[in-house]
Design a binder for this molecule. Structure first.
Ligand code: S3P
Length: 451
């Protein structure tokens, strides 16, 4: 299939689960691969991006079995990797390239990381600078310090690094290299970005120390092998949460989803816009909070998304912009210049597609101003090769007059291969839906947040 055709949705009253968290799946494979034994990883996301990380770790000598798509058994190497036989292809995955660059900077061999045309345009100076300070020699072969990257690794020096931008990928690259250094490495970021690497290191009994916006790790530690269950991806749930939030009388329950507070910013934004949101944390045993989210739709109003909140909703901005277009009043997104260097220039892509659907949008260097409330019109839209743009505008199509066609949707396989199956389930008239209508919340105690 190369395009999707989306029609108006009936009221959403259902229960869903979402595939495993992408960020956590990458980290689980890498950290388990460095550990001192075998680790079973359940709930793994077998998407194209995460499989790039699996293949890369295999190329570095880690044995990984995959008895079923969402289960991996990773045989740790006690941090002893071997030189890859050829280039490591990271495909579309920025997380694979940046995290591996950290790891490879600390190995006694040369490696070369390549990516697809989108990844080959993405900035790598942000990792080259700290990793060079740690001792690696990194050559970016592209113009403007872009991939391919040739990395001559070495035993790294411990450093203290102040990141100019908040980025979990940069922070993680440094922390992974730091595992091989002598002494304590500290990374400080301007605002809190997702903290999955720190949590997973801690779960694997490497003891990072967290102090406000800084995290430190003592090198020369080997992760202790552990089994791990990946929770559902809140960034994948985000599409369905918005689809329910924008429609009064909709009611959606998302089961077994990650509720790490560095990722749940979308719940706060939807709450501010007027949706009813309940978040029930059921488990934190493996270091990552997970549980259930219940959302009831309402007539949403516009909001401001900016500053410290941005890293927490960085991947949700496309779908939150769609929510803004469907809400009354103005939604402003600011301090989000990072979106210009994601899988595509997401600010430009969102503005182009919302305008094609009839919304009034002003594009700023670091954000967008969206005048919400005008009915959206079905249109033929591009994904710009970006999975989150494709999925966000499929959701917009559920609320537009007439058909919406999204072209070039193969990119969705990078993060959410089964997205369309859930979309079809939601597009079906209610009497045909197989899943039950939810009438009660789970019985566990939890936090309930309502406007
Ligand atoms: C990710 C971090 C974020 C996010 C990306 C995944 C991660 O990127 O946008 O989809 O897994 O660390 P930055 O760290 O560059 O902001």
């Amino acid at each position: 299939m190369t395009h999707w055709k989306v029609q108006k949705a009936p009221l959403i009253q259902t229960e869903i689960s979402v595939p495993g968290d992408k960020s956590i799946s990458h980290r689980a494979v890498i950290i388990a691969g460095l550990s001192n034994g075998s680790c079973a990883i359940k709930g793994f996301l077998p998407s194209e991006d995460c499989m790039r990380t699996v293949d890369a770790m295999r190329a570095l000598g880690v044995e990984i079995d995959q008895p079923e798509p969402t289960t991996l058994v990773v045989h740790g190497t006690k941090k002893k990797l071997i030189a890859p036989k050829g280039d490591i292809d990271c495909g579309n995955s920025g997380t694979t390239m940046r995290l591996l660059a950290g790891l490879l900077s600390a190995q006694p061999f040369r490696s070369r990381l390549i990516g697809d045309s989108s990844l080959s345009r993405r900035p790598m100076k942000r990792i080259i600078e700290p990793l060079t300070e740690m001792g690696a020699q990194i050559t970016a072969e592209g113009q403007r310090q872009t991939p391919p990257l040739v990395i001559e690794g070495t035993k790294p020096h411990a450093i203290q690094y102040f990141m100019p931008i908040s980025s979990a990928q940069v922070k993680s690259a440094i922390l992974l290299a730091a595992l091989f250094a002598k002494g304590k490495t500290t990374v400080t970021e301007p605002n809190q970005s997702r903290d999955h690497t720190e949590r997973m290191l801690s779960y694997f009994l490497v003891r990072p120390h967290k102090d406000d916006l800084s995290v430190s790790v003592h090198g020369e530690q080997t992760p202790e092998s552990r089994d791990f269950v990946v929770p559902g991806d809140i960034s994948s749930a985000a599409f369905w949460l918005v689809a329910a939030a924008v429609q009064p009388r909709s009611h959606l329950l998302v089961k077994d989803v990650g509720l790490n507070e560095t990722r749940t910013g979308i719940l706060g934004v939807l709450l501010r816009m007027g949706a009813h949101v309940s978040e029930i944390i059921e488990d934190v045993e493996e270091g990552e909070p997970r549980g259930t989210v219940v959302i009831e739709g309402a007539k949403l109003k516009g909001t401001m998304i900016q500053g410290r909140e941005i890293p927490n909703v960085i991947d949700e901005i496309p779908i939150l912009a769609v929510a803004g277009a469907l809400a009354s009043g103005v939604t402003v997104i600011a301090d989000a210049k990072e979106l210009r260097v994601k899988e595509t220039d997401r600010l430009a892509a969102i503005a182009t597609n919302l305008r094609a659907m009839g919304a009034e949008v002003t594009e700023r260097e670091d954000g967008l101003e969206i005048i919400g409330g005008a009915p959206l019109q079905g249109a033929r839209l591009q994904s710009f090769g970006d999975h989150r743009i494709a999925m966000a505008f499929a959701i917009a199509g559920l609320f537009a007059e007439g058909d919406t066609v999204i072209d070039d949707i193969d990119c969705v396989a990078t993060s959410y291969p089964n997205f369309y199956e859930t979309l079809e389930q939601i597009m079906k008239p209610k009497r045909e839906q197989q899943t039950p209508v939810i009438s009660s919340l789970p019985s566990q105690s939890g936090i309930e947040i309502k406007p």
